[in-house]
Design a protein. Structure first.
Length: 79
């Protein structure tokens, strides 16, 4: 089973819609939300089986223009 990961994204002022559009074009997410608080977007995605999580996030997300910072939360099957 592919790991489920949540990535919170802080965008440069005025860049949130452009960042969301760029993520949508990459088709890497399962769900994408606009959020309030310290981060502007929250993305749910599943890491491809066998892929290195750090490399996948780094290559797929952090290179998008307009992103200032990300916070990645890994999930684990607990129940």
């Amino acid at each position: 089973m592919s790991p489920c990961v949540f990535v919170q994204i802080r965008c440069r002022p005025g860049a949130t819609y452009a960042v969301a559009d760029a993520i949508a074009l990459k088709e890497i997410h399962s769900e994408l939300y606009s959020t309030s608080g310290d981060y502007d977007l929250m993305m749910k995605l599943y890491i491809p089986e066998g892929a290195d999580i750090g490399h996948f996030i780094n290559e797929a997300v952090t290179g998008i223009d307009g992103i200032e910072r990300t916070l990645t939360t890994l999930t684990f099957k607990a129940f």
